[in-house]
Design a protein around this ligand. Structure first.
Ligand SMILES: Cc1cc2nc3c(=O)[nH]c(=O)nc-3n(C[C@H](O)[C@H](O)[C@H](O)COP(=O)(O)O)c2cc1C
Length: 168
């Protein structure tokens, strides 16, 4: 069984329980690295060509506009082929209720038929939001398994939860 983690994560300023903090590694990336370590899955990070602002409020604004336009921001590198993988872990922060638009850019390029998809999200209270509906469309033909939802402020305590979810 081979797997890959396709994820988006943003370092910089972010909200933690009502307080702005600067983080060097994004919350979702922490979980992606646990999966790499525990399940031996490869890692693929989706990175926009134009980086999102490190300033939280500015980022919120850019992301809101992209969401409203249903934009497909260009990404630095596109993953083209996932045929060698059985399991695809898809990780993202909840942005405006769903996946960051750069994830749409990437996921729409891939053929998910026959894949097991395990989605995970980090968030500030909204969990998966409406992303389940979007994931169904983005991963046509996949068997979408139960997702894992982790509050951003809890990622460093979540290793055992991630391990149990991988084994489900
Ligand atoms: C642009 C933007 C939009 C967000 N929208 C939501 C939201 O709608 N609901 C929510 O619970 N959290 C929201 N958040 C919080 C993030 O989902 C949360 O901090 C997440 O853990 C960030 O992951 P990352 O560090 O991997 O990027 C938003 C954060 C940003 C920057």
């Amino acid at each position: 069984m081979s797997g890959i983690v396709i994820y988006f994560s943003r370092a910089g300023e972010n909200y933690f329980g009502g307080e702005l903090k600067n983080i060097e590694k994004g919350n979702t990336e922490v979980i992606a690295e646990y999966i790499h370590e525990i399940a031996g899955a490869d890692l693929f990070k989706v990175e926009p060509k134009v980086e999102y602002p490190s300033d939280y409020m500015k980022c919120i604004d850019v992301a809101k506009k992209e969401f409203a336009k249903n934009a497909r921001p260009e990404i630095k590198e596109e993953l083209e082929d996932i045929s060698v993988y059985d399991t695809v872990y898809i990780g993202f922060p909840n942005w405006w209720g769903t996946l960051p638009m750069a994830m749409f850019t990437q996921l729409e390029k891939l053929d998910f038929s026959g894949k097991a998809v395990k989605p995970f999200v980090t968030h500030e209270g909204s969990g998966f939001g409406t992303s389940n509906k979007d994931l169904k469309k983005l991963c046509t033909g996949a068997d979408i398994k139960k997702g894992l939802s982790i509050p951003g402020a809890k990622v460093y305590d979540a290793k055992n939860i991630v391990r149990a979810w991988i084994d489900e």
